[in-house]
Design a protein around this ligand. Sequence first.
Ligand SMILES: C[S@@+](CC[C@H](N)C(=O)[O-])C[C@H]1O[C@@H](n2cnc3c(N)ncnc32)[C@H](O)[C@@H]1O
Length: 456
Amino acid sequence: MATDTKRPKIDDEVCVLDPLKNFLLWCDSVNLTLSDKVYLSKAGTVAEYGMLAKEDIEEGHILFSIPRETLLHQGTTKVKRVLEEGKKTLESASGWVPLLLGLLYEYTCSQSHWKPYLSLWPDFKTLDQPMFWSEEERDKVLKGTGIPEAVNTDLKKLQDEYNNIVLPFMKSHPDLWDPEKHNLELYKSLVAFVMAYSFQEPVEDEDEEEEKQPNPPMMVPMADMLNHVSKHNANLEYTPECLKMVSVRHIGKGEEVFNTYGQMANWQLLHMYGFAEPFPMNSNDTTDIQMSSVYKAAVQVAQNEADQRLLVDKWNMLSEMEIVGEKGVFIFGQLGSLTYNELYTTLKVLCMPVQDFEDFCENEGWEEDEEDDDEMEEALSFSKLTGLSAEWKCLLHTASALMLDSYSEDVEMDRRRLEDQGALAELGSREKRALHVRYGQKSILQRLQQLTKPPS
Ligand SMILES: C[S@@+](CC[C@H](N)C(=O)[O-])C[C@H]1O[C@@H](n2cnc3c(N)ncnc32)[C@H](O)[C@@H]1O
């Protein structure tokens, strides 16, 4: 540990004039060690701050290491004692409230231990998740992507949490918080900051049977200055003493160091982080097919009223078995279905003859010798879809057509925009990001359409 006498002086003026230099001085003072082979910069990165390689870096190199005491969370903030005492009243659906209260305090406290870190973002102006766009803009350019609905839920949740939990708690601790200063606007910015910058330590699953609560989020100085791409070259490792960012492949001199924020589809990246990887770079991109669209497709292709009534029973059965849900989705990645178990069972039940369905209900499911996971995954991979039965293909074809209809712009228009550099250059930054999300989703749906097309 660095002692106070060894610590370089962190000057308030430097904090404002050169926040990065000040942050690096602070890192030194808290024993956050950075390899000589990398440096932080705004120039040469994909977005604002990022990390670059000064020289070639081999796989397995520790790029930096962060002592646990340096992390900012509900157990390290100056207000940790009151948060611990109020633990029960601070419980919420998101589980973020204690960290957010800690951030409200630390972000506005001139004496905060994390001031040099938090001063890197003096106003959060660079945050541009769709939660900061107008509702009209979201509905216009993101219709069909699933983002407008997700943002509406977030906004409602954050307002409820602020009004019902945060505000009463702050009022009962007027020595630490002031609702005038710690208002809903600042709270919203901090929610967006936590969304885009926080980390959640993975839960160790020693006992797979037992469902563990996820760890609460925490702020990890330095690690959160790294940008993300699906083909990342670094990864955060957790040890009892510290967190280490380690290169996971060779990084050439001058290249940017990219962390991974997880296997994120473009709609998730835009929703939570405010950016999207340009189409078709995101190898983790996915599209959703509403479960209800598969049901609607089955109803559409049913031959007569008796078939339609049977479908109602089948759907109710699938719902009772918790295989489908009103708001549930089947997810498709670039190689095929990612929720193959649910989709396979749904297609099988919806297409089964009446007698088989009666047996199915009687047995409360399948007899033993049913398909295993690998078989289902393979059957619903894009490389095997053409081999599915005509009935299954028809449902997938109709459901993907229904999904394609729900977007604001048609596929051809988006394709032309993406292919025409001039048209692309004319789009605003938000429209461009939205286009990469929309088109990525639609291209997967189109692939599904082609592979399940009935013979002409
Ligand atoms: C954890 S922070 C990374 C540091 C950030 N660049 C900064 O200057 O504060 C996450 C934010 O970085 C930006 N970002 C990360 N990866 C990106 C990428 N590949 N393309 C564009 N922006 C990216 C997004 O604004 C995102 O919300």
